[in-house]
Design a protein around this ligand. Structure first.
Ligand code: SAJ
Length: 459
C-alpha cells in the first residue's frame, strides 16, 4: 500500500475506530488499563472502576499489587475517600492489579501514570519510566487502542518521544493502528479523589476526534470542564500552570527579602498590595518543595530551550531554591546577636514535610536547610509530627536549642505557647519561615524573632 493510500486509509479508518471506541466507552464495555499505580494512577483507576469500567492496573512493585488486590490502599497520609473506593472496586473485581503488561492485551484505552522527574544537577527530564512504559505497552497494545499519557511532561514529549516509541514497538502508525493523547493530572496529595472529580481537565488529542474520545472517557469521572485541545497545548498548560505558581511564589519571596532589608512587614505589605485590583501576592516562605512545582518549571523550560531559552522561570527557581539558605542566614543573624558561633550550637528544625499537615517530604526545603547547617558544624535536631522518623516529643526536640527554625506551618505548631517554648531553649532565637507567629508576641516572650519578610535584617 502506498503512503498516500495508507494515509487515505487512516483518514477513513481512524475516525471510524474512534467512533466505535466512544460507543464502547459510553456503554462501559471498553476495557481500560492504567500503567503505574502511584497516588495518581491508583486514584484514577479506582474512580474509573467505580464508574463501571473493568480496569487493569499494571504496577512494577509486587507488594503494591498485592495490597491493591486485597482492597487496601498503599498510599500513606490522609486521602479522603480513596481507601473505601479501592476496597469497593477490588471486591467487585472492577479493578485488578498486576505486574504483567500482557494483561493489557484486551485494553481499549490505556492511561500512563508513571513518574517524570528531572535530574538534580541539570534539571533535565528523566524519562526512563515513561520510555520503559511505552516499550512494554507497545509490545502488547491492541490494534485501535487509545493511549493517554497523564504524567506531566515537557512540551513536545508526545511528539518527540511517546509517538515514535509506540509506532516502533507496535509497527502501526499513530492515528490508524493506535491513537494517542495527553491529559495531564491535576491532583494534590491529601485531595486526590476530590481533585480528580472537581478540577477541570485538558484532553490533548493528536486529532480532534481523539480529543473528543478522551473527553468521553473523562466525563465519566470528572464533574468539571473537560476541555479539548491538541497534545502540545495540553503539555504547555500543565507545565505552565505550575511554573506560573513557582514564579509567583518567587515574587513573594523576593518582596519579603526587600521588606527585611528596608524594615517592612511582608504580611502587612502583602495585605495592602492585594487590595489593589488584579493583585494577588502569594505567601513568602522557607522554600518551595513537593513533587510538582519545582519539577514542572524545569519541564516547561526544557520544552522550549533549544529555540527559546527561558530566563524568568530559571531565575524564579533560583530565588525559591535559595530560601532555605535564607533561613540559615536568619539563624546566623540571630545567633550573632547572642554571641553564638554556629559550630557551638544546637538548632531544631520544626517541620520536615514540604507542605503543612502533609506527610509528603519530597524536595523538602528543610532537607536543604539541614544540609547547610550540618555543613556549618551545627548539631541539627528535627521534629515533624507527620513523619514517623521525626514525630517524637516536640518538647524534647526544642530542649536546650540555641535556635528554632519553623519551616512548615503544621497546625499543631500554631498553638504552641511561646513563653513555655522560651523556657525550654538555651538561646532564644526563633526563625519563622512560614510566619506562623506574631512577631511582637514572640519578642515579648523573650525571643530574638526573625520572620521571613518581617523587618529582621534592618534592626
Ligand atoms: N508555597 C509557598 N508559598 C505559597 C504557596 C506555596 O512558599 O504561597 C510552597 C509550599 O510551602 C510548598 C510548595 O510551595 O513547599 C508547593 O506548594 P503548593 O501549594 O503549590 O502545593 P503542591 O506542590 O502540592 O502544588 C499542587 C499543584 N497541583 C498540581 O500540580 C496538580 C499546584 O498546581 C496547585 O496549585 C497546588 O497543588 C494547590 O494549591 O492545589
Amino acid at each position: 500500500m502506498t503512503f498516500a493510500e495508507l494515509h487515505k486509509k487512516g483518514e477513513r479508518l481512524g475516525p471510524k475506530r474512534l467512533g466505535e471506541l466512544r460507543q464502547r466507552i459510553e456503554t462501559r464495555e471498553a476495557v481500560l488499563g492504567v500503567v503505574g499505580l502511584g497516588y495518581v494512577g491508583l486514584s484514577v483507576a479506582s474512580m474509573l472502576a467505580d464508574a463501571g469500567f473493568r480496569v487493569t492496573g499494571v504496577e512494577i512493585k509486587p507488594e503494591r499489587v498485592a495490597l491493591i488486590n486485597a482492597g487496601r490502599s498503599p498510599i500513606g497520609g490522609k486521602e479522603p475517600g480513596l481507601a473505601d473506593l479501592l476496597k469497593q472496586v477490588a471486591v467487585t473485581g472492577h479493578l485488578r492489579a498486576t505486574t504483567n503488561y500482557a494483561q493489557l492485551r484486551e485494553a481499549d484505552v490505556v492511561l500512563i501514570d508513571v513518574e517524570t522527574p528531572v535530574d538534580d544537577e541539570y534539571h533535565k527530564p528523566r524519562f526512563e519510566a515513561l520510555r520503559a512504559a511505552c516499550l512494554s505497552l507497545g509490545a502488547v497494545l491492541k490494534e485501535g487502542a487509545l493511549v493517554i499519557v497523564e504524567s506531566t511532561i515537557a512540551p513536545g514529549t508526545i511528539d518527540r518521544l511517546v509517538k515514535p516509541l509506540l509506532e516502533e514497538t507496535t509497527g502501526w502508525r499513530e492515528g490508524v493502528g493506535f491513537f494517542l493523547g495527553h491529559c495531564p493530572e491535576r491532583v494534590m496529595p491529601g485531595k486526590l479523589i476530590a481533585h480528580l472529580r472537581t478540577l477541570s481537565r485538558v484532553c490533548g488529542g493528536s486529532t480532534p476526534e481523539t480529543a473528543e474520545t478522551m473527553a468521553t472517557l473523562y466525563r465519566t469521572i470528572v464533574a468539571a470542564d473537560v476541555d479539548l485541545a491538541d497534545c502540545v497545548t495540553a503539555e504547555l498548560v500543565k507545565t505552565a500552570e505550575n511554573a506560573y505558581r513557582d514564579v509567583n511564589i518567587a515574587f513573594a519571596n523576593e518582596l519579603a527579602l526587600v521588606c527585611e532589608a528596608t524594615g517592612g512587614d511582608f504580611l502587612r505589605v502583602r495585605e495592602l498590595v492585594n487590595k489593589s485590583p488584579g493583585r494577588n501576592v502569594l505567601m513568602a516562605g522557607a522554600g518551595v518543595g513537593g513533587h510538582c512545582i519545582p519539577k514542572d518549571s524545569w519541564l516547561l523550560s526544557y520544552g522550549a530551550e533549544d529555540k527559546m531559552p527561558l530566563r524568568l522561570v530559571p531565575t524564579a527557581r533560583a530565588v525559591n531554591d535559595d530560601m532555605p539558605g535564607h533561613m540559615a542566614r536568619l539563624l546566623k543573624t540571630g545567633l550573632n546577636r547572642h554571641g553564638k558561633l554556629p559550630t557551638e550550637t544546637r538548632i531544631t528544625i520544626m517541620g520536615y514535610t514540604y507542605l503543612e499537615n502533609s506527610d509528603d517530604a519530597r524536595n523538602s526545603p528543610s532537607a536543604a536547610l539541614e544540609a547547610i547547617l550540618q555543613g556549618w558544624g551545627v548539631q541539627v535536631i528535627i521534629h515533624d509530627p507527620f513523619l514517623a522518623r521525626y514525630d517524637g516529643d516536640w518538647q524534647r526536640a526544642v530542649k536546650d536549642a540555641d535556635g528554632i527554625a519553623f519551616m512548615v506551618a503544621h497546625d499543631v505548631y500554631r498553638s504552641l505557647a511561646l513563653p513555655s517554648l522560651r523556657e525550654m531553649v538555651r538561646t532564644p532565637v526563633l526563625v519563622d519561615g512560614r510566619n506562623i507567629f506574631d512577631g511582637a508576641a514572640a519578642r515579648a516572650a523573650g525571643f530574638t524573632y526573625l520572620g521571613v519578610g518581617r523587618g529582621s535584617l534592618a534592626e
